[in-house]
Design a protein around this ligand. Structure first.
Ligand code: NDP
Length: 321
């Protein structure tokens, strides 16, 4: 295979944003090349069933849904490849993206749909019970815990939001906060504190999970490392992480504007970055909604803008590239 390849449209990421961009760009005869990244199918492949994506009245597994997206993109000519973008040079068009530290793609347009990765505590039990009671998305998985007991880890706005969402479904929500206070905004703090179904465990850390068929409880520690440290167990059916997300934007940080967490800043609600021809879609640029349907919609917008950009290029110099 050639070490350098020129393409009209390069899409990075294989979640709903990347695949939707590929479907639209494919149907526009642009023949996009899509690299799947480190987790083919993206974050949805780590959840159980998706029940809030319109068109699936009985729900669908995240993995199946992403396979369907992929198949649809292939049907319209998308060239889908495995590989991870390891370096980017967006200083001039065509944009140079290095894949797996070896091959360089020169792209006339680029859609960054590399997503975000939920942070986990790093406990081996989080892996052991993945998809069996451990989740990093209350909106995705909360429904499975109706009238059950759950714990949410974190003390920021996301944790409070997730706890409040879950409190409307579950019979009890423990909010496990490592500090003696919530970092969340005042309004969220007030709501969480006032909710009868939520018990806040300040100065607590979760250190393990247990259960024979999925999560049945968590081992927690109060005032860990202090002289008066206490260790005990709580019975729960679901364990939700809400300790932040990390957008997968590191390789673009020298070229694009990122916020303090690393989310790519786009212009308004559009997929435009500050570089013409470079677009961002999905969770890598979404600090608010982070849903499959909103990611898909932004992938669609990005592909439409790619089509417009390339059409304009017909009359300008980019054609010479
Ligand atoms: P934050 O970084 O604000 O909060 C993360 C929370 O997780 C903190 O309480 C932090 O604890 C805790 N935490 C981090 N690592 C660990 C760990 N290893 N063990 C235990 N606890 C841990 O992230 P969010 O996702 O909550 O919010 C990100 C940004 O998005 C914020 O600016 C927030 O305001 C915003 N946001 C706004 C919303 C809205 O306006 N509706 C909704 C959701 C988010 P500690 O405090 O000790 O560091």
């Amino acid at each position: 295979m050639e070490k350098t390849e020129k393409v009209q449209c390069l899409i990075l990421g294989s979640g709903p944003a990347g695949y939707t961009a590929a479907i639209y760009a494919g149907r526009a005869n642009i023949t996009p090349v899509l690299y799947e990244g480190i987790q083919p199918g993206g974050q949805l492949t780590t959840t159980t069933d998706i029940e809030n994506f319109p068109g699936y009245p009985s729900g669908i597994s995240g993995t199946q849904m992403m396979e369907d997206f992929r198949e649809q993109a292939v049907r319209f000519g998308a060239d889908i490849r495995s590989g991870l973008a390891t370096k980017a040079d967006l200083s001039a068009s065509p944009f140079k993206i290095t894949i797996d530290n070896e091959k360089v793609i020169e792209a006339q347009t680029l859609i960054i749909a590399t997503g975000a990765t939920a942070k986990y505590l790093g406990l081996p039990d989080e892996q052991k019970y993945a998809g069996m009671g451990v989740s990093a998305c209350a909106t995705c998985d909360g429904f499975f815990y109706r009238k059950k007991k759950v714990a949410v880890v974190g003390g920021g706005d996301t944790a409070c939001e997730e706890a409040l969402y879950l409190a409307g479904l579950a019979s009890k929500v423990y909010l496990i906060v490592r500090k003696p206070f919530l970092r969340a905004s005042q309004i969220m703090r007030d709501r969480v504190m006032a909710h009868p179904n939520i018990e806040i465990l300040f100065e607590h850390n979760a250190v393990g999970l247990f259960g024979d068929n999925g999560v049945e409880g968590a081992h927690i520690v109060k005032r860990m490392g202090e002289a008066d440290e206490e260790r005990y167990d709580i019975a729960i059916d679901g364990f939700f992480l809400a300790i932040g997300h990390k957008p997968n934007s590191d390789i673009f940080k020298d070229y694009l504007e990122l916020d303090e967490t690393g989310y790519i800043k786009t212009i308004g609600q559009s997929p435009f970055t500050k570089i013409p021809g470079v677009f961002a879609a999905g969770d890598v640029a979404d600090t608010i909604y982070r849903q499959a349907i909103t990611a898909a919609a932004s992938g669609c917008k990005a592909a439409i803008e790619v089509e417009r950009y390339l059409a304009e290029c017909e009359y300008k110099e980019c054609k010479k590239q």
